[in-house]
Every structure is written in C-alpha cells, then in structure tokens.
Design a protein around this ligand. Structure first.
Ligand SMILES: NC(=O)c1ccc[n+]([C@@H]2O[C@H](COP(=O)([O-])OP(=O)(O)OC[C@H]3O[C@@H](n4cnc5c(N)ncnc54)[C@H](OP(=O)(O)O)[C@@H]3O)[C@@H](O)[C@H]2O)c1
Length: 338
C-alpha cells in the first residue's frame, strides 16, 4: 500500500512513519510530502536514510503539481501542526483529483463536539466538512490525550527531563476521567486503521487507558515514593482565562492561540469530561478497543515506571535542532503541545 504523509517529521507524523516502515504484513511504501524549505533538514534526511521517499510538496503552489505527486497513492495522512490545518485544503483537492482512496485529515487529538469546545477542533472540522463536500473517502483518527503531556513533575526534579510544563496543575476537582494514549502507539493504531474497511468514512478513537488527574497523581506518588503538591485550578478560573484570550481573537500562529488551545483542552477533558469513550460513542466514533481487542498497547503505569527509571523521552525533542527563526513555534510546541 502506498501512503503519503505530510508532517512526517512532526511528533505524531514521525511515529506514524516509523510504524508503517516496521509493518511486515501488510507492507507500506511511505512518501513524505515535504515543504521545499524543509527538504534539507536533518530530520528529513534521516527519513530518507530509513527508506522513506522524500517528495517536495508546496501546499501553496499549483494544485496540478500536488495532483501529479498523488497519482497512484492509496492513502494520504496529514499530521501537520494543529494551527496549520487549513493549509491542507489544496492537498485534499489534489487527493480527490488524483483518486486517493482514503484521506486522514490532521485530527489525532481529544474527543469533543464538532464545534464550540476547542478552537483547534473548530478548524479541523472545517477541513473535514470540506472533505465531505467534495466526496473524498476519509477516516478521522483521534487519540485521546498523550501520556507524555500528562505527567506531573516530582518535587525531587528527577522526571523533569521527560515532563511538560503544561502538566503542572489539576483542573476542577481532578476526578473527571479522560482517555489517554502513549504517543508511540499512534503509529501502530494508524497502520491497522488504514487497512481496515470498517473504518472507511468513519471517526475512530484510538486510546489505551481512561484515568483522572487525581488517579495519575496517585499512581505517580505510589511508584515514586514522593508526595506531590496538588495545585487545583477551579473551573471558573479556567473559564475566565479562556474568555480573556478568546476576546483578543488570536491568530492560529500566535502564542496566545496555543495558550487558548491548552486551556480549552484542560476544560474539555478535565471539567466537561468530553474526552471519554462513552462520549465518543455518542458522537458516532468507532473505538480501537472494539475494533482491535488484541492490540498490545503500552500501559500508563509502565510508561510512568519507564520515566522514573530514567528511560523516558520528552516529546518534541527533535525540535531542539530547529533554526533560530523557529524559536517561538519551537517553544510553544515543546512546552504546550497542541
Ligand atoms: N492528543 C494529544 O495529546 C496531542 C498533543 C499534541 C498535538 N496533537 C495533535 O497532533 C497533530 C499533529 O501535531 P504534532 O504536534 O504531532 O505536530 P508537530 O510536531 O508540530 O509537527 C509539525 C509537522 O508539520 C509540518 N508542517 C507544519 N506546518 C506545515 C505546513 N503549513 N505545511 C506543510 N507542513 C507543515 C512540519 O514540517 P516541517 O518539517 O516542514 O517543519 C512537521 O513535519 C495535531 O492535530 C495536534 O493537534 C495532539
């Protein structure tokens, strides 16, 4: 199966590429659609070394060039930065013209209602609506919240190397459950989903575990032997922060937008309780628990132990190599992850 991916060097894209390359039955031919400005990046050259075909793709360029690139491609996957998803529209149009059999738009996030809950999702749903408008076969894959952005820091500082700034604080009373996935499992889920006829023109929630923030803190305390300070942030304070930033209508490439997205994730997952398998079922998603009961996902407890043992890895580490011009985006991605 021929799979083209845009965002192949990103955090999500890189794990998808890795899983596709490692798959033996079926095998995948992987093409990384790469911005002309990124063709010489070390991360792109590394993909090439691993056997990925690197193809220059300018989303702002002529659509005929994109169409030509996609002729014969079975599946197109987008895993670009969440704030850039509207840039996908020309790629979607080209996929339709080229006869692509399935398009995965850039979702890969938490479960929420189509509009009004998450500013990022609002844009992703506009993209999905465009796909439906032109009658392009699709699959939406959401993955819950990554383990890697939900690990609080310990007073000793021993897991600072792997934890994100955003995991500092508990929303509301901390008892609301939400779906979580190890980012490293997303690729294997995607490899199954794109070869499964049951998932065509469907939304799929891929997830590993369902836990509340208090349960995450309890587990970390038990495994580390340390006592964590629990900084509860009332729901009203989160609502006020969201309203304050929304009033400024931040542009999707600004730091304010990233902060808004982060507060909205918090509110949606930890106050409203949107990010659950039950709400996903209500919204019409299929779930990987039902589709692939044999899938061997990584457990949250073993992930925490891995980090405590010093064997964890901070997400977005590869962005450390970005040139100075990308510093703002780099800082936002490394500390907040949207
Ligand atoms: N579930 C969760 O907990 C969670 C956490 C974080 C993110 N997410 C979601 O995961 C998805 C992917 O995000 P990510 O953080 O994995 O991505 P990321 O690491 O920020 O990756 C960005 C990738 O997209 C490419 N890219 C960015 N803008 C582009 C554009 N305009 N045209 C072409 N390529 C572009 C970059 O290519 P270059 O190499 O050319 O720069 C890079 O390969 C998003 O939908 C996001 O909302 C979910």
């Amino acid at each position: 199966m021929k799979v083209a991916i845009i965002g192949a060097t990103g955090q999500t894209g890189s794990v998808i590429v890795q899983a596709l390359l490692e798959s033996t039955a079926p095998t995948f031919e992987v093409i990384a659609l790469t911005r002309p400005s990124s063709l010489q990046k070390p991360t792109v050259l590394e993909l090439q070394r691993k056997g990925v075909k690197i193809v220059s793709a300018d989303l702002g360029g002529p659509q005929s060039a994109l169409t030509e690139t996609l002729v014969g491609v079975d599946v197109v996957i987008s895993a670009i930065y969440g704030g850039s998803v509207m840039d996908e529209i020309p790629l979607i149009n080209a996929s339709k013209t080229a006869g692509v059999k399935r398009y995965l738009p850039c979702f890969f996030a938490t479960v929420a209602a189509p509009k009004g809950a998450l500013c990022l999702r609002d844009m992703k749903e506009d993209v999905l609506n465009h796909i439906k408008n032109i009658y392009l076969p699709f699959t939406v894959v959401d993955v819950g919240w990554w383990y890697q952005v939900n690990l609080p820091k310990l007073p000793s500082g021993r897991i600072d190397y792997a934890a994100m700034e955003t995991a500092d604080g508990i929303a509301g009373d901390g008892n609301v459950p939400f779906a979580l996935t190890d980012v490293r499992d997303i690729g294997s889920y995607v490899a199954r989903i794109i070869t499964d006829s049951r998932t065509l023109n469907q939304m799929v929630l891929a997830y590993n575990e369902v836990l509340s923030q208090n349960q995450i803190y309890d587990l970390l305390e038990r495994l580390s032997g340390e006592k964590l300070e629990r900084k509860y942030v009332p729901a009203e304070a989160i609502e006020a922060s969201i309203a304050e930033i929304e009033a400024t209508s931040p542009s999707p490439d600004s730091m304010e937008f990233v902060t808004l997205a982060q507060y909205q994730y918090w509110y949606s997952c930890c106050v409203r309780g949107d990010n659950t398998p039950e709400y996903a079922a209500y919204l019409g998603y299929l779930t990987t628990m039902e589709l692939y009961p044999d899938f061997e996902w990584r457990g949250f407890k073993s992930y925490v132990q891995e980090v405590l043992d010093g064997n964890g890895k901070r997400v977005y580490e590869h962005l450390k190599d970005l040139p100075a011009a990308s510093t703002d985006k780099k800082a936002s991605a490394m500390d907040t992850a949207v």
